[in-house]
Design a protein around this ligand. Structure first.
Ligand SMILES: Cc1ncc(COP(=O)(O)O)c(C=O)c1O
Length: 411
């Protein structure tokens, strides 16, 4: 036999060839990095490559302003501080997201309150957001999970009705658009991550975008140790600190890579859209597999992840973890995705301690969020974005591998 290891579903694995590598880079990144190195300007404020990328990123996301920061978590923290979220406030977040979303609320002393996700899209569910609002609620943080905007019309309408701020966590949503408008500045502020796995990446990095001039000035000050961007601040205002800010500045090296990465983002986006459309069609025909539904108002999906739902009943009752192992053994890298964060020990202990300090006797985490729990524990299957850069011939291995497993398990 050509392969030493039999696949779990029997026979040889469907795929042994590698999938497209990530990150993608070439002489564009080399040129940018060398230029930065040789310039000796490795850290700059208000000029250089960071400023060039901020301008390019604001234009790309159709936002008035952009400020780059060290990572997506700091971007969320700065955004929440900029809108004045503080101790005792509540921030509504989905439980099906990266830990940074609720952690940022905790970092500013606010209580993350979880609202469930929609069973068809896995994005924040507007009806449960409405139900989670209390007199303490200050902001909603919709997350564009997998690169797909949630119902932003519904979320913005609820926010307007209740006088709440909206911070879009667009860490995974580079280039995503809702009804023709790119995400980030649909709400008050939007945040991005450029961490290594992201569709636009510099190893680490983050950005905040907004259309609001006043919020932009506040964000800029918060990321630059509380300095105000007044004329001549470099000469006379370097050690004047108007508010308590932090050093969350991005380096020129990160911006250099981002400028190079940005030159191929549109092309990669088109490729991911085509790959995801193919998988939607092909996997949609496999009994027991349901791709997530795409709201027609999502006019551009960033496909940071490709997520589908697994129904064990159609696979002889084999639980998701066994399916994932079998799919990996067929040469298709995949994972179970997020564990719902209202159950995460890190969040539970922090929220408990915070509530005690605030003198709250209720438990904001005593909630049952059935959709997120089903997605996180039983149903959700993740493929990473680099697979979508493969051509349709290669992607056909995915439905083939799944069909093989289903047949082996006797359905
Ligand atoms: C939805 C979401 N929010 C926030 C972050 C935090 O970004 P970073 O890792 O750059 O701090 C991430 C990163 O994975 C994310 O996926």
């Amino acid at each position: 036999m050509a392969h030493e290891q039999l696949a779990i579903a029997g026979g040889v694995p469907i795929r042994t060839a590698p999938w497209p590598a990530w990150p993608v880079w070439d002489e564009r990144e080399e040129r940018q990095l060398l230029e930065t190195l040789r310039s000796g300007r490795w850290g700059m404020i208000g000029g250089g490559k960071v400023r060039a990328f901020e301008e390019a990123w604001a234009a790309f996301q159709q936002a008035g302003h952009c400020v780059c920061v060290v990572n997506g978590t700091a971007a969320l923290e700065v955004a929440l501080r900029a809108i004045g979220v503080g101790p005792g406030d509540e921030v509504i977040v989905p439980p099906y997201t990266f830990i940074a979303t609720p952690a940022a609320a905790l970092l500013v002393g606010a209580v993350p309150v979880f609202a469930d996700i929609d069973p068809e899209t896995y994005e924040l569910d507007v009806a449960t957001v409405q139900a989670a609002i209390t007199p303490r609620t200050r902001a909603i943080v919709p997350v564009h999970v997998a690169g797909c905007p949630p119902d932003m019309d519904g979320i913005l309408a609820i926010a307007a009705e209740h006088g709440l701020r909206v911070v879009e966590d667009a860490a995974q949503a580079h280039g995503a658009a809702w009804r023709g408008r790119r995400v980030g500045a649909l709400g008050d502020l939007g945040t991005f991550s450029f961490q290594a796995s992201k569709n636009l990446n510099a190893g680490e990095g983050g950005a905040i975008v907004t259309d609001d001039e006043e919020l932009y000035q506040r964000v800029w000050s918060l990321h630059n140790v509380g300095r105000a961007q007044t004329p001549g601040w470099r000469t006379s205002g370097s050690y004047r600190h108007e508010i308590l800010g932090f050093n969350y500045r991005m380096t020129e090296f990160q911006a250099a890579i981002l400028l190079a990465q940005l030159t191929r983002l549109e092309e990669q986006m088109a490729c991911r859209e085509a790959g995801a459309a193919y998988l939607d069609r092909a996997l949609g025909e496999v009994p027991g597999i349901r791709p997530l539904r795409r709201d027609p108002r999502v006019t551009s999906h960033a496909h940071h992840l490709y997520v589908f739902r697994y129904d064990a009943l159609a696979f002889g009752g084999h639980p998701r973890e066994e399916f994932l192992a079998a799919l990996r053994a067929e040469g298709v890298p995949c994972g179970p995705g997020y564990v719902p964060l209202h159950h995460a020990p890190a969040i539970r202990s922090e929220v408990t301690a915070l509530c005690r300090r605030l003198g709250r006797t209720d438990d904001p985490l005593a909630c049952h969020l059935p959709v997120a729990e089903r997605a996180g524990y039983d149903e959700g299957v993740w493929l990473t974005q680099n697979l979508l850069l493969a051509d349709a011939g290669d992607l056909a291995n995915i439905p083939r591998a799944i069909e093989k497993i289903r047949e082996a398990w006797g359905e």
